[in-house]
Write a new protein. Structure first.
Length: 73
C-alpha cells in the first residue's frame, strides 16, 4: 500500500505506511529507502540523508541507498 500511495503522489499516506512498517521492523531497508525518497520529495533533504546513512550503516553494499545519497549531494 505504501508503494502504491507513493506512486499516486500521496506522500503523507505513503509515509504513514512506511512508518508503520518501521515501528515493528526499524531496520527494514525497503521501507527506510522509500521513506528517504518521500522526505526528498518533500524538500526534507536532511531527513532523507540521515535515513540513507542509516541504511548504509546497516548494509554498506546497498547500491540503491548509495545512489540516492549521491543524488542528494
Amino acid at each position: 500500500k505504501g508503494v502504491q500511495s507513493l506512486k499516486n503522489g500521496d506522500l503523507f499516506e505513503a509515509a504513514g505506511f512506511f512508518n508503520a512498517v518501521l515501528a515493528s521492523e526499524p531496520d527494514h531497508i525497503k521501507a527506510l529507502n522509500n521513506l528517504a525518497v518521500i522526505y526528498y520529495e518533500m524538500d526534507m533533504s536532511d531527513k532523507a540523508k540521515s535515513i540513507l546513512e542509516k541504511i548504509l550503516a546497516i548494509d554498506p553494499d546497498n547500491d540503491i541507498a548509495r545512489e540516492n545519497l549521491a543524488n542528494l549531494n
